[in-house]
Design a protein. Sequence first.
Length: 469
Amino acid sequence: MKKPGFVGSLILGMLAVSIGGMTVGVFALYQTSFTQAEQRLTETVTSWSELMGAMARFDRQYSANSIQGGARAATMQQIREAHETFQGYEELEFTLARREGDQIIFELNQRQQENETIPPLAFDSQLAEPMREALLGRSGVLVGLDYRGTQVLAAYEPVPELAMGVVAKIELSELRAPFVRTGLVVFVINLGLILAGIRLFQHIGNPVVDELQQSQQKLKAYADDLEDRVEERTQELQRAQREIVRQEKLAVLGKMSGSVGHELRNPLGVISNAVYYLQSILTDPDEKVREYLGIISSEVERAGRIISDLMNLTRLKSPVRDEVAVGDLLDRALEQQPEHGSLGISITREIASGLTPVHVDSGQIEQVLVNLLANARQAMPEGGQLTIEAEAEESAVRLSLTDTGCGISRKNIEHIFEPLFTTKARGIGFGLSIAKSLMEQNGGSLQVESRQGEGSTFTMILPNQGDVS
């Protein structure tokens, strides 16, 4: 058999490079999309499981007699109302089910605001594999058959408080479809270009060879650059996903905050009055009684602060912005943290001269500073160095607080601004979320950099022009 000549080798080489580059690029994008879908499904189903569990525990304690059917009926009513108003994702489907004997009973499903009634399925059926795993008390991600027999990528979580399981899923065909179309389009385009190049080469000769070689070099450079662009896009999508999760949590908390605050503040007020009364009539209580009355009073105050934080998180007041000096904001915030010195924390201020006043709501920004100073103190329980720096930027002032404390792990730093996320033993996870929201309302931003074991830097960008929004 005659070996291919130079032209044939060139044609084969062009085909191999084009198809190989296309395959690598499309496959890399598909793998990235698959991983992002797994993460999004896991975060979404975990968030829903935690929220439904919290709602069930709350209703079990406070709503057992307020609705026909008891606490569980109250919880399911809230879940259905939440899904009726939830816009959902374009391609995701949520299902909620329970086990009844040897059957799986579906309570709720939703996709693109379209609900359908799903008939019961046998528990040992080959269908509804993700839901079966959830009802067995397991959590995770898998590729398997859903209740329709469709191959899906699904995340599943049990909801122990309701003896139910929740599943968020996406059909694999929908996940693959854009990449299959892209691959076919790119293949056709590449094939057409190659055929056109061959004809030009046959008519023109060597100059075309040089041009094709340059095209091949550009293609190689594109392939080398593809990974960097995929990584950049991945990070953008992850940031967008975290913001979606944060907004979902805020939306759910917003619905709950009013009733929770009202229902809890009344009994807390009664407890506080009772403690005050006991302290006033017990003229000479023994040490144990005095100690426990103090503990009750302290915990009531702490519960009150948690309720206030919840209300602040979901009902932030519109800022009343005015010009204020950065130094004045710092002075007032530091006055509320007098314990820094007694804890061995040395504070260094490096404020650039000639800073223009910032245009913000001074009360709200002072609240942010107090929160960041308290976090720095808690990060340095054995003392350390806190450096506060302020310098001018275009239309803004950059204010940074750097501590030498324990730092934040790479795993946690992506979630510290999410409501209900905390690494503290007695924390509830509202402080930094409120701080971020207040900064954004004032036309600024809040950023963080940290190395575990070395310390953290929180940076506030404060606008100094009245037209910044």
